[in-house]
Each structure stands twice: as structure tokens, then as C-alpha cells.
Ligand binder design. Structure first.
Ligand code: TRP
Ligand code: SF4
Length: 327
């Protein structure tokens, strides 16, 4: 099939991926690898911008994340999977772009202002953190990506990437295409306690959760608090279990809503139904993970092949960039 263009996206390796990462991003990537030339990067330098004081087990996190990617269905025959820090040209392009990027573009970036407030336990008044979106622009431009699939929070970074590309092209001649933003279709998943799903609340579910783990998480989910006896009429709209039914049991959702409102199903039963559906959906993922875990060398080989393919493209672009800048 004729491919529609080049895609680049990335994720920071910060431990096991959650259901939200699967539904919000990875499931999209798996489809996109059929239609585009895709580069998917484990952006370990980006992880350092916030965790420089305590990088943790970077190598372990990278391996786990690649296992999650492959378990979800990314296929190294169809896309390039690589580690950002192994293609040093990203750093060179970041440096060169920093020459022409006005400070104000970075300072006014909404993610920059938000994160500094949100992560106030960390000292983010650093050069690297300010430059985060510019490093991201380098990641994207070095592959001349046409399209970047990201969550809505990242849209300002892709906008900045376009502005930087335009400025570069204006000074030195046309080198970079301006990439488009492809927003991930969001399926809103609450945490098991009904609050926003977030690692810091400890209310998340791993995308590679095994059946036993899924059952336990579902058991912990909060339901309609007004419902005391199992024949009380319930209100699915306020129930976490129902929110999950809407995603993992689409066909059964209407029925659940009806029997809940009429008090014809107990929450325990309703949870058991959900757990079954989730286990069915996630089974191929954890089974694949189990296979992959047996062969760490295979993961290393994929990253090595990916590094070569990524480097091929990145080094070609850099040759053009250096020439354009008279280096
Ligand atoms: N900033 C992105 C995030 O936090 C990760 C990222 C780094 C990225 N480089 C990228 C995403 C390039 C898309 C393209 O999700
Ligand atoms: Fe929620 Fe199901 Fe209980 Fe209704 S029956 S409140 S949808 S768990």
C-alpha cells in the first residue's frame, strides 16, 4: 500500500503504561503503522528534563515500555522503534534550532507554565526544562514528519514546531515540512476511585494487568454511593464501573444502564461482568508481554535495528541542515 506520509511520536519512559495510554495513544499508533511510515521514539532525554535529580531505572523503564508497545500490537516490521538518546543527531538539531528560537516562544508555552506549578516539588527552573518543547520539535523535524499523533495537552508543542520550522525555512531555505497535529481520540477513563486517573493517586490500571489484578481493581471501583441494597434503583452516570462498561462492553452498555436503573442487577454481578469483558480485551496483551519477557535480547535487537533506521533518516536531514546553515 502507498503510505500517506511520515509520522513521528514519542513517549517518556516512566514505568509501566496504563490503560489510558493504551486507549488514548497506543491503539491509534497500531492503526497508523499500517498507513504511514512511522517512527516511534522512547524519549529518554525528555524524561530527564523533569527527573534529572533521580533518573531511576532508565534502562529498565525503556525495556518495559517497548514491551508494552509490542504487546499492544506495534510491529517492528511496520514501524521504527528507537531510543531518542541513541540518535545523537536529535541533540545537534536541538542545539542548532536553539540559535533561532526566541526565548519568549518557550516562556509563553502553556505546558511550561502549568508544569512548573504542578510539579512544584521539583526544581524545574532549568535550561533543559525550558527547552523541552524545542527538543520535541527537533525529534519531529529531523524525520520531516508530516503528522504527529499526540494528546491534546501536546498540541501547543506541535504548534511551536511549525513556527520553528517556518522560521528555519525563512532564514536558510526550505528544509522542513510543517507537521500537522493528529489529536488522539480520547476515551475518558476515570481512576478506580472515580477521581481522575493518575499515577500519583494510585488509582490506575496497568495495560498489561493480568486477570487476577483486573478482578481486584474492578472490585475496588466505586459505584453509585446512593445504592445500598441490590434492588435499589441505581444511577449509572455517577458510577465508575459503568464508565468502564462504556469502553470495554460497548454492546452491553444499554442493557446495563437499564437493569441498573431498575434495580435488577447487583453491583457485584455488574462488576463481575465488567471484569470478564476487560480480561477478554486485555488477554492478548498480557499474553504477548509474557512471551516478550522471556527474551530481553529480542527487545535489544529491535531497538538496535530501530536505531539504524532512525539514524539513516536523521543523518540525511542533518546533512541538509548543516549545508543550509553553512556549517
Ligand atoms: N512531550 C511528549 C509527551 O509528554 C513526548 C514527546 C517527546 C513527543 N518528543 C515527541 C511526542 C515528539 C510527539 C512527538 O507526551
Ligand atoms: Fe454501577 Fe453497575 Fe452498580 Fe449500576 S449496577 S451502580 S452500573 S456497578
Amino acid at each position: 500500500m502507498e503510505k500517506k506520509g511520515v509520522i513521528l511520536s514519542g513517549m517518556r519512559p516512566t514505568g509501566r503504561l496504563q490503560l489510558g495510554n493504551l486507549l488514548g495513544a497506543l491503539d491509534n499508533w497500531v492503526k497508523l503503522q499500517e498507513e504511514y511510515h512511522c517512527y516511534f521514539s522512547v524519549v529518554d532525554w525528555h524524561a530527564l528534563t523533569t527527573d534529572y535529580e533521580n533518573p531511576g531505572d532508565v534502562k529498565g523503564n525503556i525495556k518495559e515500555m517497548v514491551i508494552d508497545w509490542l504487546s499492544a500490537g506495534l510491529d517492528p516490521e511496520k514501524c521504527v522503534i528507537f531510543r531518542q538518546s541513541e540518535v545523537k543527531e536529535h541533540a545537534e538539531l536541538h542545539l542548532l534550532l536553539s540559535m533561532l528560537t526566541p526565548l519568549s516562544w518557550l516562556e509563553r508555552c502553556p505546558t511550561y507554565k502549568d508544569q512548573i506549578v504542578q510539579l512544584k516539588e521539583k526544581d524545574l527552573a532549568t535550561y533543559g526544562f525550558l527547552g523541552y518543547p524545542l527538543l520535541q520539535a527537533a525529534d519531529i523535524l529531523i524525520y520531516k514528519a508530516d503528522v504527529v499523533p499526540v494528546g491534546e495537552d501536546q498540541a501547543p508543542h506541535i504548534e511551536l514546531t511549525r513556527e520553528v520550522a517556518r522560521r528555519f525555512n525563512y532564514f536558510y531555505g526550505q528544509v522542513f515540512p510543517e507537521p500537522g497535529t493528529l489529536l488522539n481520540t480520547v476515551k475518558l477513563l476515570p481512576g478506580v476511585d472515580g477521581r481522575k486517573m493518575s499515577k500519583s493517586y494510585g488509582n490506575t490500571i496497568n495495560m498489561s494487568a493480568e486477570p487476577q489484578e483486573i478482578k481486584e481493581k474492578v472490585r475496588m471501583m466505586v459505584t453509585d454511593p446512593q445504592r445500598i441494597r441490590k434492588d435499589d434503583p441505581g444511577n449509572p452516570e455517577v458510577c465508575t464501573v459503568y464508565a468502564f462498561h462504556k469502553i470495554f462492553n460497548l454492546q452491553g452498555t444499554e442493557e446495563i444502564e437499564e437493569v441498573c436503573r431498575k434495580g435488577k442487577i447487583g453491583c457485584v454481578q455488574c462488576k463481575n461482568n465488567l471484569a470478564e469483558k476487560m480480561i477478554e480485551y486485555l488477554r492478548p496483551i498480557y499474553e504477548k508481554r509474557r512471551e516478550l519477557e522471556k527474551n530481553p535480547q529480542y527487545i535489544m535487537n529491535i531497538l538496535e535495528e530501530g536505531r539504524q533506521k532512525a539514524w539513516d533518516k536523521a543523518s540525511q536531514t542533518m546533512a541538509q541542515v548543516r549545508e543550509a546553515m553553512r556549517l
